[in-house]
Design a binder for this molecule. Structure first.
Ligand SMILES: Nc1ncnc2c1ncn2[C@@H]1O[C@H](COP(=O)(O)OP(=O)(O)OP(=O)(O)O)[C@@H](O)[C@H]1O
Ligand SMILES: [Mg+2]
Length: 279
C-alpha cells in the first residue's frame, strides 16, 4: 500500500526524521487557517498517490493565509495523472540551500535492500539518473546486518554529500532505515532531503510503500487503509474479503484469480463485438 505524503510524514515524525511544520486541509478555508497558524509563507501541496505533483502544478508557494486559500482553491479538485486532489498539505516554507535524494527499497532480485542516494535531488532526479547515472549512488543494505553508522557514513561519502553534513545525514539515514524495517516498508523515499540556508536537514517530501503482507503486524496502521475516499463499492467488497475492480461496460465478471478474470474479460469483449461492442 502506498501512503500519502502526509501519512509518510506521520511515520517519519514517529521515527524522529526532521520535518517542517505542516497541517492537512480539505477546503480552501482550512488551508487559510493552517497558513495563519503556521505563520507567513507556506507551501500548498496536493495529496495524491502519484509522483510528479510539482510539475503538474500541485505544489505551490503561498505568501500568507489569503494566498494559501487561493492556491488551495486551484489545487483542490485538480486531476493529477488520473488522481483527484481531495486534500492538500499546508507546510511551512523552508529556505532551501541544496536538495538531496535518499531512499531505501526492497531489491527482490537480490533478496536484499538497496539504498539510493544523490547529492543532486529534487524534481529532476529522473533526468539526473538518466543523464548522469554516476551522480546517483546505489548501495546494497543487508537486511539482516542492517545499517550501522559506518555504513550510513559510507553512503554519504559515496554520494558526494558536503562533508560537514555527513554526521547529521547518517543519523537521518539510520532513522529512515528504521522506518523501513520497523514499519515493514518496501520503499522509503525522501526527495528532496534539503539543507536549509540555516544548515538544518529537513525531509520535505516523503514516499512510503508498506508491505500489505505484513499488515497484521501493524494494526495501528489500519487507518492508512481507509482514508474514507475509496470507491464505496470497493470498500464494501473489501469488508467481505473480495477484490472489486470497477470497469466500464455492461457485463460483470465474478471470477477466481486475476489471470483467469482478465482472460474472461477479453473473451467477453471479443464475443460482445457481435452485439455492437458489449463489454
Ligand atoms: N515545505 C517546503 N518549503 C519549500 N519548498 C518546498 C517545500 N515542499 C516542497 N518544496 C519544493 O517543491 C518541490 C516539489 O515538492 P515535492 O518533492 O513535495 O513534490 P514532487 O517532487 O513534485 O512530488 P513527487 O515527489 O511526488 O513527484 C521540492 O523539490 C522543493 O523544492
Ligand atoms: Mg518529491
Amino acid at each position: 500500500m502506498d501512503l500519502y505524503e502526509y501519512e509518510a510524514k506521520q511515520l517519519f515524525g514517529e521515527h524522529e526524521v526532521p520535518l517542517a511544520e505542516r497541517q492537512l486541509a480539505s477546503t480552501p478555508e482550512q488551508a487559510a487557517a493552517s497558513a495563519a497558524r503556521l505563520g507567513g509563507r507556506v507551501v500548498v501541496k496536493a495529496q495524491v498517490k502519484t509522483s510528479g505533483r510539482g510539475k503538474a502544478g500541485g505544489v505551490k508557494v503561498a505568501e500568507g493565509p489569503e494566498d494559501a486559500r487561493a492556491k488551495a482553491e486551484q489545487i483542490l479538485g485538480m486531476d493529477i495523472k488520473g488522481h483527484t486532489v481531495h486534500r492538500v498539505l499546508v507546510e511551512e516554507a523552508t529556505d532551501i540551500a541544496e536538495e538531496y535524494y535518499v531512499s531505501f527499497l526492497l531489491d527482490r532480485a537480490n533478496r536484499s535492500f538497496l539504498s539510493i542516494c544523490s547529492a543532486q535531488g529534487g524534481m529532476e532526479i529522473e533526468e539526473v539518473a538518466a543523464t548522469r547515472p554516476e551522480a546517483v549512488v546505489r548501495t546494497p543494505v543487508d537486511p539482516l546486518a542492517g545499517l550501522d553508522r559506518a555504513a550510513a557514513l559510507a553512503i554519504c561519502r559515496a554520494a558526494g554529500l558536503p562533508e560537514d553534513l555527513h554526521p547529521p545525514t547518517a543519523v537521518v539515514l539510520q532513522r529512515l532505515w528504521r522506518v523501513a524495517v520497523e514499519e515493514d516498508a518496501t520503499l522509503v523515499e525522501v526527495n528532496p532531503l534539503v539543507r536549509t540556508t540555516g544548515n538544518r536537514l529537513v525531509a520535505l517530501d516523503g514516499k512510503v510503500t508498506l508491505d500489505d503482507n505484513a499488515l497484521d503486524r501493524h494494526p495501528e496502521r489500519f487507518p492508512f487503509h481507509d482514508d474514507g475516499l475509496a470507491d464505496s463499492r470497493e470498500a464494501r467488497a473489501k469488508e467481505k474479503g473480495l477484490n472489486y475492480v470497477k470497469l466500464d461496460g455492461q457485463v460483470g465478471i465474478i471470477g477466481n484469480g486475476a489471470g483467469l478474470v482478465m482472460s474472461t474479460l477479453d473473451v467477453v469483449a471479443y464475443a460482445g463485438e457481435e452485439f455492437g461492442g458489449v463489454k
